[in-house]
Design a protein around this ligand. Sequence first.
Ligand SMILES: [Zn+2]
Length: 124
Amino acid sequence: MKIEFRKIPFEAKDFSFTSNSVIFEGNFGKISPTLAKFDAKMSGTIPSSCYKCGENMDLEINETIDFIVSDGIYSDDKHEETVIEVDNNIIDFDQLIDSEITSINSDYHVCSNCNSNDLFEKEL
Ligand SMILES: [Zn+2]
């Protein structure tokens, strides 16, 4: 799903978008002519792999993600949320989900097998 930046309403609007087995939902609205705020939740399962044994696994996610999308280069730093810049006036939901999944996947995840052998190590 894609939406043109200029079509985003100032009044927060609900959205729900599904990509593969991930549901991305919440609301979004403009907070200025060039900034839109998203209060979103992402849930479902994403394919990942265990960083210890490399085993493929499904990672269950349930993340709250609040971020701001900037139409063009963002040069102000008054917002604490992550700011995502779009440069063609189009917000691409698939791309947003992809980048969130990539960032979740860049954390270390351990499969249940390794996890049960891992309790000792964690206490160190
Ligand atoms: Zn493992």
